[in-house]
Write a protein that binds this ligand. Structure first.
Ligand SMILES: NC(=O)c1ccc[n+]([C@@H]2O[C@H](COP(=O)([O-])OP(=O)(O)OC[C@H]3O[C@@H](n4cnc5c(N)ncnc54)[C@H](O)[C@@H]3O)[C@@H](O)[C@H]2O)c1
Length: 283
């Protein structure tokens, strides 16, 4: 077997210099933080998201301004569109000629923080299946489409690293008490589409990890939980009382885990889940 990647650069295990990292859903709360962390560790970052090319170019320009030596580009990439995915990978090939790390971060995730419209309040028995199909199209089929495109580049390279962004709700069921409100008639539920798609991602990670392990490709899953955003006080209190660590996760606390999985520091990890949940799934 070849020498482990980290052994070749002792002391620089977390260095991403020269690695091309393509990130989906990069305009979101977690994606924009991860993109900045990758650039800070020397990566060439390809920030992609659905729509709004100007916003993506601004984000890439900001990364270049904040980090010396950063080569960042912004590209539209709608994971539900084969044409969009193909065009983005052609553009990456022209700019960088390779893809070292794919971060599958884009997802539809019903939010309770007031930032992304109203949550669908229906319980499972009356949950609209159109919403399930919409989430499957983005969170699963879209993730597969981008992963196939990346593997078409990584397999000929003989190396590659896929980081899937999963969720604690791919490990345990949501505790619906977290989403309770004072008023019974406003009872809200974390919906089934998110739980179902994130559960599948956990095992797809193992599928790809084992399928490609002998061809230089790694695949792991980052499992975040409860990222602090514009949540109301009631939600925060609920969260704190149910969480072992007693607080929500600051988005900056995902920087290290993302860099760890993207870098040679995790070179012996594949098929794993890195759980960053303040102990949520531990009891
Ligand atoms: N926020 C949390 O507490 C939390 C917890 C666990 C896991 N996660 C996961 O982290 C990831 C990022 O979540 P976030 O909180 O930053 O959400 P977010 O809504 O802020 O970002 C999601 C991004 O995905 C993009 N997206 C949606 N549809 C797309 C499509 N068709 N093609 C390309 N991009 C598309 C959106 O435009 C958005 O920028 C998701 O996979 C989510 O499931 C989040």
């Amino acid at each position: 077997m070849s020498t482990p990647a980290h052994a070749m650069r002792p002391g620089r295990e977390f260095d991403l210099s020269g690695k091309v990292v393509l990130l989906t859903g990069a305009c979101g709360q977690i994606g924009s933080e991860a993109a900045d962390a990758f650039a800070a560790h020397g990566a060439f970052v390809v920030v992609t998201d659905v729509g709004d090319a100007a916003r993506l170019e601004d984000q890439a320009r900001d990364l270049r301004a904040r980090h010396a030596d950063a080569r960042a580009i912004g590209l539209e990439l709608d994971v539900t569109s084969a044409e969009s995915v193909a065009a983005a990978f052609v553009a990456v090939a022209e700019e960088f000629g390779r893809v070292d790390v794919l971060v599958n971060n884009a997802a539809i995730d019903a939010k309770f923080d007031g930032s992304v419209g109203a949550i669908e309040p229906a319980r499972f028995e009356s949950y609209p299946l159109e919403l399930w199909e919409r989430s499957v199209a983005v969170n699963l089929t879209g993730l597969m489409r981008v992963t196939q495109a990346a593997l078409q580049v990584m397999l000929p390279q003989g190396s590659g690293n896929i980081v899937n962004v999963g969720s604690s709700y791919g490990v345990v069921s949501p505790n619906q008490a977290l989403y309770a409100t004072d008023l019974a008639q406003e009872r809200r539920y974390k919906p089934v589409d998110y739980v179902g798609t994130k559960s599948a991602i956990a095992n797809l990670t193992r599928y790809w990890a084992t399928l490609y392990a002998r061809e230089g490709i790694r695949c792991n899953c980052l499992v975040p939980h409860g990222i602090d955003n514009a949540h109301d006080e009631r939600f925060r209190q609920n969260f704190a009382s149910l969480s072992p660590i007693g607080r929500m996760c600051a988005v900056e606390e995902l920087r290290g885990p993302f860099v760890f999985l993207a870098s040679d520091a995790s070179s012996y990890m594949t098929g794993s889940a890195l759980v960053v949940d303040g102990g949520w799934t531990a009891w």
